[in-house]
Write a protein that binds this ligand. Structure first.
Ligand SMILES: NC(=O)c1ccc[n+]([C@@H]2O[C@H](COP(=O)([O-])OP(=O)(O)OC[C@H]3O[C@@H](n4cnc5c(N)ncnc54)[C@H](OP(=O)(O)O)[C@@H]3O)[C@@H](O)[C@H]2O)c1
Length: 302
């Protein structure tokens, strides 16, 4: 049982740490910020003892689980040092993710193949690198040079009119470079209808989406076999409307529905530092816009 107990005394913010022996005490202290006066550290693995100690100090205001602290530590370390690499930021879900990451102050490097959206992204404080995801050399240069990359997010997709489809080969290049760069996580935006979630879509939709879904599935399989820590998010039908806040994730591959791009982005940002999301394949829909099956288990990121 690991708990951090925080109390506000009259003058000073003080905290009492009750831990089963975390090695990251120093980091925890700096993560939780100053003024921090660590009054006492107790080591215990016993829940009753934790409760006894908490009651003893009788000033319960806030508790942090160690999982929460670890997540915070990762976020703090990350913001200081490295980039989130984003492919697909020019529009759609990718652009929404760019906004979400910047709102949280993450350093973002975006791969663009056209200059059009460059000024807008740069105005948001994003570092832009030009290159086509289908070109291995550009992808490697973008990911392996000028600063370390904590995680890669790819929303690469599009229509045939946008040029040669990059759903598989573009993502494959990104995954290979991410592996070389030893990034900590790769988040791939795929689609409901890919892999076993083929059962979630009606035959006419499958027929239309078949060429895309074949590539999405190839990219998913390549990522899973890559050895990288991954999260695969399969959104339902996308709409470009404001976030509803009702976007949910589920491991239930039979679920189908619609979701707004801004809600997908919010879920992606939450997955970034969630260990629960590691090596998971999750469908993303809006709980208010589901088709057919509405009984399912929601995936918790905590
Ligand atoms: N539309 C749907 O209903 C739906 C449903 C489920 C899943 N999805 C998937 O969800 C993701 C996001 O979809 P969306 O509609 O929001 O975005 P989108 O409009 O499909 O945008 C795709 C992004 O990928 C980039 N891209 C494509 N090929 C590239 C290449 N060779 N090199 C570099 N960048 C490349 C595009 O850049 P450019 O601006 O240069 O073209 C664009 O930024 C896609 O993977 C899509 O397949 C879509």
């Amino acid at each position: 049982m690991d708990l951090i107990y925080q109390s506000k005394s009259t003058s000073n913010l003080s905290r009492i740490l009750i831990t089963s022996g975390s090695q990251e005490l120093k980091q925890i202290k700096s993560t939780l910020g100053s003024p921090l006066r660590l009054q006492t550290t107790f080591k215990t693995t016993s829940f009753p003892i934790c409760l006894f100690l908490l009651n003893y100090f009788q000033k319960s205001i806030m508790y942090y689980s160690i999982t929460h602290i670890h997540q915070k530590i990762k976020e703090v370390n990350m913001t200081d040092a490295s980039y989130i690499f984003l492919a697909g930021a020019s529009r759609g879900v990718g652009k929404e993710i760019a906004k979400c990451l910047r709102q949280q102050n993450y350093k973002v490097k975006a791969l663009l193949r056209q200059e059009d959206s460059r000024p807008e992204l740069e105005a948001m404080g994003i570092e832009v690198v030009m290159g086509d995801a289908l070109d291995t050399v550009s992808v490697e240069r973008a990911i392996l040079t000028n600063g370390s990359i904590e995680a890669v997010i790819s929303t690469i997709g599009g229509l045939p009119k946008d040029g040669q489809r990059a759903d598989y080969l573009g993502n494959k290049n990104l995954i290979d470079a991410a592996f070389k760069a030893k990034v900590n996580k790769f988040i791939l935006i795929s689609s409901i209808g890919s892999g076993e979630s083929v059962v979630a879509l009606p035959p006419p939709a499958l027929e239309t989406l078949k060429p895309v879904l074949i590539e999405k599935e190839q990219a998913e399989k390549y990522l899973i076999a890559s050895g990288l820590t991954y999260t695969i998010i399969r959104p339902g039908g996308l709409k470009s409307e404001p976030a509803t806040g009702n976007g949910i994730l589920t491991e239930d591959y039979k679920v189908a529905g619609t979701i707004h791009r801004a809600d997908v982005a919010e879920l992606v940002c939450k997955c970034l530092f969630s260990d629960a999301a590691n090596n998971k394949v999750l469908s993303a829909v809006d709980r208010g816009m589901m088709y057919g099956k509405t009984e399912f288990e929601e995936f918790s990121l905590i």
